[in-house]
Write a protein that binds this ligand. Structure first.
Ligand code: FES
Ligand SMILES: [Fe+2]
Length: 433
């Protein structure tokens, strides 16, 4: 059996128990990881950051994903570009710092120098006939959607962005994401497979045990229904919360603000969704530890606090969660089978001033402590999954979104028709296998 057949059998075997977690190989194996990158991270639009991080021409940051390093750079006032961080001379990395500002992109090895548009400008002592136009940096496809920078790392035609994500526009427009500014940004390196990070983020079954702050912000009924977004709670719990949801929606609609819940089709390509719902009807203005405002300036079209929050997921590893006065962009980026980078970017109104309109510590506290707690539990989860004693376990009724994610994931990984049965014997599941 060759590697592909082996992988196909392994994938097909996962469908036999839809309500159970994946086999160990899916959380530890480098072969599965390679397939994840090829079939998922090179097929989806990946949210990598907000334009306000690179507001000035020449400002850049690096996106490190699997074996790739990508330079995301402000080429001009109106253009954000992205290039593989690979010199066209002998392949050195060009930018070595995770972020910075450059007038030109000069390779540190032999000083080949590229413009901000990726064109090769200087290459010393090359033989006659050398044509610099043949040696521009390799570009990535970029799409800026309401200020959010998305990359497509596939080699072929990217999925049509607007037909995929057109429905997110009212949510992002109401929130003023396009013109927002970055108030804070933090990296949380996570020693866990990206699927453990995602699976943890899309269920709130763990909230009571892991998140005292988060559970003190939201009511129990809300956490059961929407604790990890639409689809994370059972239908029973959603129905129970419906009275609160509908009363808030009616009030909010009357005030002129947008409301709505966008649930993905069962076979949605990106598993995207969007929703607005109340934070906590006991007077919570913003999703902060004590319910007080995070910022004096409201974002976007909000005239006054409507007590609601907005959740948009573009795919299982790209999210925006927002209150009326701040938004958080979540990025989960796989580095290798056992490591995932989590990045949180806090956005506020462009004219809001630190210390005067918002305190960074207050603005960031809830999602900072919650993400630290999630880091601890997912790293413990990974350690357990690495054990010889790990076996797939059953999901609860509060992990409905995980079951959907598992289907989505397996659909993308793609098993060849006709392959069936567990293949874990034939496929190595060691981290290096
Ligand atoms: S590898 Fe970049 S200049 Fe030689
Ligand atoms: Fe959590």
């Amino acid at each position: 059996m060759n590697g592909t057949e082996c992988m196909d059998r392994l994938i097909a075997g996962q469908r036999e128990n839809p309500g159970m977690t994946l086999d160990q190989a899916f959380y530890v194996s480098s072969r599965v990881f390679e397939r994840d990158v090829e079939r998922i991270f090179r097929q989806q639009w990946i949210l990598v950051g907000h334009v306000s991080r690179i507001a000035g021409t020449g400002q850049y940051f690096l996106l490190e994903i699997a074996n790739e390093s990508i330079i995301v750079i402000r080429q001009s006032e109106s253009v954000v570009s992205a290039f593989y961080n690979v010199c066209r001379h002998r392949g050195s990395r060009i930018c070595l710092q995770p972020e910075g500002r450059r007038r030109m992109l000069t390779c540190p090895y032999h000083s080949w120098t590229y413009g901000l548009d990726g064109a090769l400008k200087v290459a010393r002592t090359m033989p006659e006939g050398f044509d610099p136009s043949q040696y521009a940096l390799t570009p990535c496809q970029v799409r800026v959607h309401h200020g959010l920078i998305f990359l497509y790392l596939g080699s072929g035609q990217a999925p049509d962005f607007d037909s995929l994500y057109g429905e997110t526009v009212p949510y992002l427009a109401q929130q003023g994401i396009a013109e927002a500014k970055t108030a804070a940004r933090t990296d949380y390196p996570n020693a866990a497979n990206w699927k453990l990070v995602v699976e943890n983020f899309i269920e709130c079954y763990h909230c009571a045990a892991a998140h005292p702050e988060y559970t003190s912000v939201h009511s129990e009924e809300k956490l059961k229904a929407f604790g990890a977004g639409p689809g994370s709670g059972s239908q029973e719990d959603v129905d129970r919360f419906q009275v609160v949801q509908e009363a808030w929606e009616q009030r909010t609609r009357e005030s002129g603000n947008f409301v709505g819940i966008l649930e993905p089709e069962h076979d949605a390509f990106a598993m995207h969704q969007a929703a607005r719902f109340p934070i906590n009807e006991n007077g919570w203005l913003s999703e902060t530890i004590d319910g007080t405002a995070a910022c004096n300036r409201l974002m976007g079209a909000f005239q006054e606090h409507d007590g609601g929050q907005t959740a948009v997921s573009f795919n299982p590893f790209s999210y925006v969660l927002a209150s009326n006065d701040y938004a958080v962009v979540f990025r989960f980026t796989p580095r290798d089978p056992l490591n995932t980078d989590i990045e949180l970017t806090w956005l506020v109104h462009p004219d809001a001033e630190a210390e005067k309109d918002y305190e960074v510590a207050h603005l960031t506290r809830l999602w900072h402590v919650t993400t630290e707690q999630d880091k601890t539990i997912t790293e413990n989860n990974q350690l357990g999954v690495l054990s010889s004693a790990y076996r797939p376990g059953p999901y609860s009724s509060r992990e409905a979104r995980n079951i959907r994610f598992k289907h989505w994931y397996l659909d993308h990984l793609g098993a060849s028709p006709g392959s069936s049965g567990p293949g874990s014997v034939a496929c190595s599941s060691s981290p290096t296998g």
